[in-house]
Design a protein around this ligand. Structure first.
Ligand code: GLN
Length: 385
């Protein structure tokens, strides 16, 4: 049997491949961004109670009422955004499905999608599956700022959407109000939609997450996508969502229905509990991650890596050119094999792979012990390289 063209045009996820490389070499997995520490107890209890209480059949396709209500309430409380849970929210299997369903529901073959680069690898295949053409706009190191002029030059009469991911994976940028205003005015001017990817919205160290849907006139042009994976350390639960105006939501719900029918019902029941946590939970999340970031930052910089300190999310995109001239994929394999640390090669975040050849990405969503063990291993890099 031959694969269809659309499946033949992209490769498997490098991030998930590096998790397998980590297992092969017994390396500490700082590649795939998932926490190795437990999730909050009250949500565990709620999930067990939901299963014992026989919440085991399909939820409503677009999400359980309690979870949609909790999501709407979150946007009202935190961002002063009124969202109708009946007509504007779709709960999905992770932000991954929400983004894919949004591409499929709202883009036609030949439409162009502007994507700041480096970018999280899913947007490429999402574009291919929808027949849309990605147009990449570089974020320049070391500041990784969104340059409004370069952005403007990427817009053409075929531009239909822009993907905005802040806090940004892999650079850790949290885009400023000014940068987001630049995106908003361009998109309003050209009638272009914004698809946001906000899974790290609660993980910030400098600046704050500002949803572009709160900008004047942007509500009607925005699909706000996020997930509970990172906020509650439940990447395996696969719960995300898309918030969009009713007409767009109808289209997204139809695609979602035929892709997956729905996200797991008992886990949706438990997920709603998380949004009821008080502000302390969310403040502590960032504080905890700041400590993890600082621990790994010291180790990386002592080892000879260069990077801009992340303002949010939980990754370092680290330049290793002072250490080695190997291309990123070979350097990442060397690090896994000889040092015992798995990373993601930088080229997997670029369409022109040579642009990423000096970088590897380290994730720090790990226990203190894991990061300390990684720091210890990193002390050997200079001697062995
Ligand atoms: N978003 C996480 C990362 O960038 C996990 C990716 C995945 O495997 N879905 O590592």
């Amino acid at each position: 049997m031959h694969p269809a063209h659309r499946a033949a045009t992209f490769t498997e996820s490098v991030i998930r491949e590096m998790t397998r490389v980590a297992r092969t070499h017994g390396a500490i997995n700082l590649a795939q961004g998932f926490p190795d520490f437990p999730m909050p107890e009250p949500m565990k209890d709620a999930a067990c109670a939901a299963i014992r209480g026989d919440v085991n059949q399909y939820a409503i396709t677009w999400g359980s009422p309690a979870l949609r209500l909790a999501i709407a309430e979150k946007y009202r409380r935190m961002h002063d955004l009124e969202i109708d849970p009946e007509r504007e929210i779709t709960v999905t299997c992770g932000a991954t499905e929400a983004m894919a369903a949004t591409f499929l529901a709202l883009l036609n073959p030949g439409d162009e999608v502007v994507i700041p680069e480096p970018f999280y690898e899913n947007y490429g295949p999402d574009g291919i599956l929808a027949g849309a053409r990605p147009v990449f706009v570089p974020l320049e190191p070391p500041a990784w700022r969104l340059d409004p002029e370069r952005l403007r030059r990427a817009f053409t009469p075929r531009t239909r959407a822009l993907v905005l991911n802040s806090p940004h994976n892999p650079t850790g940028r949290v885009f400023t109000r000014e940068e987001i205003s630049g995106v908003a005015s361009l998109c309003r001017e050209h009638g272009v939609s914004v698809f946001t990817d906000d899974p790290y919205e609660y993980i910030t160290y400098a600046g704050q997450h500002h949803p572009i849907a709160t900008w004047p006139g942007m509500r009607e042009h925005t699909v706000t996508i996020s997930s509970l994976s990172k906020t509650f350390s439940i990447t395996g639960w696969r719960i995300g969502y898309a918030v969009a105006p009713p007409e767009a939501t109808n289209a997204i719900r139809k695609v979602h229905d035929f892709l997956t029918v729905g996200a797991p019902a008992p886990l949706q029941a438990a997920a709603a509990i998380g949004f009821a946590f008080d502000a302390e939970y969310f403040n502590l999340l960032s504080l905890d991650y700041r400590r993890r970031r600082d621990l790994l930052a010291r180790a990386l910089s002592d080892a000879g890596f260069r990077f801009t300190s992340p303002e949010g999310a939980y990754y370092f995109l680290a330049d290793f050119s002072e250490l080695s001239e190997l291309p990123d994929t070979e350097f990442a394999l060397w690090l896994a094999r000889e040092i015992g640390i798995a990373t993601v090669p930088g080229s997997s975040f670029y369409h022109d792979r040579t642009l990423g050849r000096r970088y590897v990405r380290f994730a720090f969503c790990k226990k203190t012990e894991t990061l300390e063990a990684a720091a210890e291993r990193l002390t050997k890099v200079r001697a062995l390289v």
